[in-house]
Design a binder for this molecule. Structure first.
Ligand code: NAI
Length: 364
């Protein structure tokens, strides 16, 4: 019997009414049934901040958990300090994709395996990226707001900032599973050019299929693109990748980030949108989740109401995605407990080192 701590968001009424809302404390990824059947102790909580939180109390110490499950949507921040106090912890599972809420270097040094359900929501996110691009470029939100009670028939107020996606130069930072799916979905929109910026090169055949060209220098990449989409993990090399110095290259352009909030500096982005320099910023990820009420992106708005297409962290948590990452989470746990091999692509940190080339360039 092992102890499994699972940190998820509370779904409340929504979770009671919709059993497919699996990523909630109420429906718990199907783990209640799994643990009952296999005799494991399961702690489920949304209480995750501070030393007295259920997460920290149940994970640390000599009675602490062997397995921690969390999601990027309501992340349990597994810091070095908590890892150092968690002698029993052997496996940290991300129910979804993106394990930046875990201090990966600390996990590696303690021999903790970090795994995520690779591929589980890549289509969900790619669809959201395309949607956000269209919302921003077509100035959808301003027209939608004017269509609600109290709005007026001010077509010019919408159209003054409305463009076609066709003919634009579009680039992705990160051309992995999501970035490549975004490129595939953009082809039918007839962009004038597609670029990618990534230290890992796409296979020639894949690049040829979508007609994308690699740019090695970030500033040059930003200068070339009309629309930039961010699709790389958050790690030491991508914090503030878009910052107050290089955001000037995006003057008169659009920026979409569904990867992780901290990849784009919050103040620099808000300043650029509010001043009208950046035509728009959109995505679903925030540098602190849940966001504080005074987060600069909540009040961010460009001239004439344009330019803010933010939403909650939902791009990767459609009901279809939840079914996939709930199943994948149980598989990872079951493999681990029964000494079965994991899917290679699910492993982020394993056997004391990085098992993937996606979380930064480093010597293994
Ligand atoms: P992936 O591992 O297939 O691809 C990531 C790519 O980013 C790799 O090609 C890697 O080389 C590249 N990369 C890493 N560091 C880079 C850097 N400094 N500059 C340029 N490229 C860099 O991962 P996948 O599945 O495409 O997911 C990417 C990220 O998207 C995840 O790590 C996660 O943070 C985020 N995500 C967000 C979701 C959401 O709900 N908003 C859901 C799923 C993922």
């Amino acid at each position: 019997m092992v102890k499994i701590v699972t940190v998820l968001y509370d779904g409340g009424k929504a979770a009671q009414e919709e059993p497919r809302l699996l990523g909630t404390t109420e429906n718990c990824l199907g783990l209640r049934e799994y643990c009952q059947k296999n005799g494991h102790e399961l702690i489920v909580t949304s209480d995750k901040e501070g030393a007295n939180s259920v997460f920290q109390k149940e994970t640390t110490g000599e009675n602490g958990a062997a397995i921690l499950v969390s999601t990027p949507f309501h992340p349990a921040y597994l810091t070095k300090e908590i890892i150092d106090k968690s002698p029993n912890l052997k496996l940290a599972v991300t129910a979804g994709i993106g394990s930046d809420h875990v201090d990966l270097n600390a996990a590696a040094s303690k021999g903790i395996t970090v795994a995520e359900v690779t591929g589980s929501n890549v289509v969900s996110v790619a669809e959201h990226v395309i949607m956000t691009m269209l919302i921003l470029v077509r100035n959808y939100n301003v027209g939608h707001a004017l269509s609600m009670p109290g709005g007026s028939w001010s077509v010019g107020e919408v159209a003054r900032n409305e463009f076609d996606l066709e003919g634009k130069v579009i680039g992705t930072i990160g051309a992995g599973r999501i970035g490549y799916r975004v490129l595939e979905r953009l082809v039918p929109f007839n962009p004038s050019k597609l670029y990618y910026y990534d230290y890992n090169e796409l296979p020639a055949e894949a690049a040829k299929k979508v007609g994308v060209e690699r740019v090695h220098d970030l500033n040059e990449f930003l200068q070339k693109c009309d629309v930039v989409t961010v699709n790389c993990p958050l790690h030491e090399g991508t914090i503030d990748l878009i910052n107050k110095d290089n955001i000037k290259h995006l003057k008169g352009k659009w920026l979409i980030n569904t990867a992780r909030g901290a990849i784009c500096n919050a103040e620099a982005v808000a300043e650029a949108v509010n001043s009208g320099s950046l035509l728009g910023y959109g995505g679903d990820v925030w540098n602190k989740q849940p966001f504080p009420e005074n987060h600069p992106w909540k009040a961010m708005v460009g001239p004439n109401g344009r330019g803010n297409a933010m939403t909650l962290h939902t791009s990767g948590t459609s009901l279809d995605a939840q079914a996939r990452y709930a199943k994948g989470t149980i598989e990872i746990i079951d493999n681990f407990l029964n000494n079965k091999p994991q899917r290679k692509e699910d492993l982020i940190v394993d056997a004391g080192g990085y098992a993937t080339a996606a979380y930064g360039q480093r010597n293994k």
